[in-house]
Design a protein around this ligand. Structure first.
Ligand code: NAD
Length: 327
């Protein structure tokens, strides 16, 4: 392909992806499924790597996905809320691990394996033992203050037994059973249906009326912990710390001590995902040692010490209720 054709092709791909991102992040109402979006994004990235001179900072491949709604007060994150690089095969995981090994000097790195919950990111800030704020990821730098809504989520404590300034991050989601219940009610009331649990959770958390949020039984799994006074040494310690504060973590999280255990986790959860009462769209592997994480570093968009392994397209769960109009 010559540069002139590449420019045209890039423009088409970026226009399409920007429109889909707006539908997904702002309207909570996607018109294509995630597999199609990911395929198109991959095409864009491939083309940009063939023609790096055509990469612009505004390109959707260079940005953290979300868009900040005007409906909520804005909140600047103390540390950016980044996205994750994604991979789609075991070979790609091995390549990711080789990049990490350039810093750690070993291929047998320890990773936490965490299910990639298909919801939306949240940052919770506690001070003097009290929940101060709940903020969405937004564009990664600025998020939406949804504290009033977060306070209605039963599994998120309003008080914790630690007075330090603590930030905990994780994922807010709707279980499959709650999603089904909500859509059944909406069908009875003649209201448009939610396309999937992720969009229902995002639409709910970004509701202006918190009494509606309170009725919907949102839930949350937390996985990042920041406490400058007492930082944790590993990702697994962070998860244990979060749990000890009375916040919910995902029970399927495991420490993989070597590549064999990583491969085994992928094989087990590729099959087991269907049995879970919440949707997952992959597995997140995070280098366990925090000192090594800092040495491996970051791109503008992702940590280089973590990766999202996305499940292959053919086993993506079919979305329910496609035949009805959705929001
Ligand atoms: P991402 O969702 O692929 O990965 C980053 C996010 O993973 C984090 O922000 C966090 O919220 C989440 N996550 C869940 N469990 C986690 C865990 N254990 N540890 C760390 N993070 C965890 O990236 P993104 O930038 O949020 O979104 C991109 C994805 O969204 C696309 O790959 C696509 O699948 C989907 N999308 C779909 C459409 C569409 O139209 N269908 C449009 C835009 C985006």
């Amino acid at each position: 392909m010559n540069i002139k054709d590449a420019k045209i092709q890039l423009k088409n791909l970026r226009t399409k992806l920007n429109q889909w991102a707006r539908e997904y992040y702002v309207n909570d109402n996607p018109s294509v499924d995630d597999v199609e979006y990911d395929k198109c994004m991959q095409e864009l990235k491939n083309l940009e790597s063939m023609f790096p001179e055509l990469i612009t900072p505004e390109s959707i491949s260079q940005k953290v996905g979300g868009i900040v709604s005007e409906k909520f007060e804005k909140h600047i994150h103390k540390y950016p809320m980044l996205s994750l690089g994604d991979i789609f095969s075991w070979e790609e995981f091995q390549n990711f691990n080789k990049q990490v090994a350039k810093v750690t000097n070993t291929l047998e790195n320890e990773y936490t394996a965490e299910l990639k919950i298909d919801g939306l990111s949240i940052s919770l800030i506690y001070q003097n033992g009290t929940l101060q704020s709940g903020v969405t990821r937004g564009d990664g730098i600025v998020g939406e203050n949804v504290t009033t809504n977060v306070k209605t989520i039963k599994s998120i404590p309003l008080q914790i037994n630690n007075k330090d300034l603590i930030e905990v991050r994780g994922e807010i989601f709707l279980s499959k059973s709650e999603f089904k219940k909500i859509n059944e009610e909406r069908l009875l009331n003649g209201e448009p249906l939610f396309a999937n649990p992720r969009n229902a959770a995002a639409g709910t958390l970004r509701q202006l009326d918190s009494s509606i949020v309170a009725k919907r039984n949102l839930d949350g799994f937390l996985y990042y912990y920041f406490n400058e006074k007492q930082p944790e040494k590993t990702q697994l310690d962070s998860i244990n710390k979060i749990e000890s504060l009375g916040l919910k973590t995902n029970p399927e999280t495991k420490l993989c001590k070597n590549l064999k255990e990583v491969k085994n986790y992928i094989d087990v959860y590729t099959k087991k995902r269907i049995e879970l009462d919440y949707e997952i769209d992959g597995i997140v592997f995070k280098l366990n040692d925090k000192q090594l994480q800092e040495e491996v570093g970051y791109t503008a968009k992702n940590p280089k010490w973590a990766i999202a392994y996305k499940f292959p397209a053919e086993i993506k769960e079919t979305k329910l209720l496609d035949i009805f109009p959705t929001v």
